[in-house]
Design a protein around this ligand. Sequence first.
Ligand SMILES: C[S@@+](CC[C@H](N)C(=O)[O-])C[C@H]1O[C@@H](n2cnc3c(N)ncnc32)[C@H](O)[C@@H]1O
Length: 197
Amino acid sequence: MRYTAEYVRAKQLVNKYLATNGEKLHHAIILDGPKHHTLNCLKHFKWAPDHIHIPNNSYADYHKIQLIHPQTYHLSMREYLEGGHIDITSVVYMDYMCSFWGNSICSPASDIKYLFDNTRFADTCLLAITCSVRHKLKESLWFSNIQMLKAIAQIQSVAKAHGKQAILIPEFGTYKNKGIMYTLMFRVEADTKTKAL
Ligand SMILES: C[S@@+](CC[C@H](N)C(=O)[O-])C[C@H]1O[C@@H](n2cnc3c(N)ncnc32)[C@H](O)[C@@H]1O
């Protein structure tokens, strides 16, 4: 599969940001591809391999990653989270290929809620999420921006309902591959102004 230069650059920026700003003492849950760029980047910046957990619901991709990384699981992100074997987590990279509201196989919006319901976050956790834009006018930046803004609002609202604040790090955003994709990066911390429900 050929990627655009924009795609490659966007992934590099996200991987490096997570690897260098995430708290290495804790654990990372990441979606990675067959070339394991995210894994390589975390290891390059001295993350302990046994702190890196990689679910992948494509058998072909899972198979390639597990050859070099034992903490790889042939599971969807949701199934992995439901497994409940999650240590204190300081990095979550939900690098999806579907839209935020999802489909029958992949539902980022629902995974986000499940993540907040069930994860022991480190005091500061970086949460990155990539989604594609779903719309017949998906080549239009205007619709992309609206979908991205709705995803931001939803994630911040879920965080707030759990006594957290999801602070947007405004260094990422839309990029073009086949269609328009976007990455959102949040710093998740306790919200000192609200109590968890
Ligand atoms: C875009 S690639 C990851 C790229 C990588 N993070 C990088 O920086 O190069 C996404 C990978 O996650 C897997 N994936 C997508 N949605 C998933 C889901 N809901 N659960 C588990 N794996 C998923 C895909 O099979 C694919 O291998």
